[in-house]
Design a protein around this ligand. Sequence first.
Ligand code: DUC
Ligand code: ZN
Ligand code: ZN
Ligand code: ZN
Length: 487
Amino acid sequence: MATTLITGGTVVSATGRSRADVLLDGERIAALIEPGSVLLGTDLASSVDTVVDATGKYVIPGGIDAHTHMELPFGGTAASDTFETGTRAAAHGGTTSIIDFAVQKYGERIQDGLAAWHEKAAGECAIDYGFHQIIGGVDADALAAMPGLIDEGISSFKLFMAYPGVFYSDDAQILRAMQVARDTGLLTMMHAENGPVIDVLAEQLVAEGKTDPYFHGIARAWEMEEEATHRAIMLAKLTGAPLYVVHVSAKQAVEQLATARDAGQNVFGETCPQYLYLSLEEQLGAKSAEWGAFEGAKWVCSTPLRSHEHGHQDAMWQALRTNDVQMVSTDHCPFCMKGQKDLGLGDFRKIPNGIGSVEHRMDLMYQGVVTGQLTLERWVELTSTTPARMFGLAGRKGVIAPGADADVVVYDPNGHTTIGMPVDAEGNPTGRVHHMNMDHSAWEGFEVDGRVDTVISRGRIVVDGGEYLGRKGDGRFLKRELSQYLT
Ligand code: DUC
Ligand code: ZN
Ligand code: ZN
Ligand code: ZN
């Protein structure tokens, strides 16, 4: 088995940092070694197959993005990243595992939805991947099939309080699914927005001629995120099931989570970079020669970008520090403007929902370290260690420790990353061009102090100084255990 020694770096974990060399043996981490150690009379660096010089850099566990949607069918089209392009982009950004969402459509058997997702991903991924199960319709068949997910390595499922007619569960269905979760140890993930109310508001806005993308965010009022979050928490309390709320964007939703946690309830929250950095006001202000006000479609996602009013963004950063929100995922769900987002020209309801960020999460969250919002350790915890524990990968992923998978990122704090697809006056790309399969970036013009230097996935160097050395098919399906947060 090939051996690799990462020398001279500072190893950062969720709990501390230390100067250590990291020895990889094949696909596993073999040891953390005091720098410059001599083994059996020879220095280690001369006896390994590969040496990675991490002098002056951070050595961190590879990122785990626990919320992606490769190829998700949505609004008559499908998310534009395949498992091949999406996992390659993730690798470029220092993410070495994703957890995507297998979809059971209403009326379909869960087993068939899951099999279809395996077919999409098998042999295509550059990094390891797991699945959560979206349950689009909770009926007797679905409830009976749910316990079987655990043997398939799927220990979490997502329900939607939004999107009636597409993916949707009413309170009675949520109750029944949570009862199964309580009895089996499955973790319930909730898209908490009151869909029926939002759909009425959206219809009324369109009837008034308010059809621009910005009105997507007006229709999806924060009150209806707060309300749905509260309702989900109460149903979880009633059943005794733990709850994980995805893509939290409203300050008031965080307050609901915090209150429940303070009362001792097992509820967790995830936010995404877009809710930390972007706002509804910026979406309103976005205009371009090509698209006019429809430019704002680039930022149509659900939950939506929030107004600076009420301080939603600041509340999200604070919640990351106080642990009222425990993780940062991307909800990576990319759509091109041409041929996809433009389906919603003249009616924001028809814009496929989603932003692509799988490549940028580690950089964008490192920027929180640069600006003093997060510690280095908290950065690692939010992006890697907690996702592993939350979703049944503890011990294998999310740590640099002997026996764990050799998923390691060397991160250069003195590097610089220009995100998106910057162009010169002639329209030629000038900086780093992203690797996601999108014709635009929601992160145009973002500059990050810090840079992904080397990315190692189960012992193989997949990115070296920006150069991609990975291969599709090297990523393996991750059979996950139950969440470590439940026991
Ligand atoms: N939100 C999105 O932005 N895209 C896909 C599904 C979702 O809930
Ligand atoms: Zn969602
Ligand atoms: Zn999602
Ligand atoms: Zn800079």
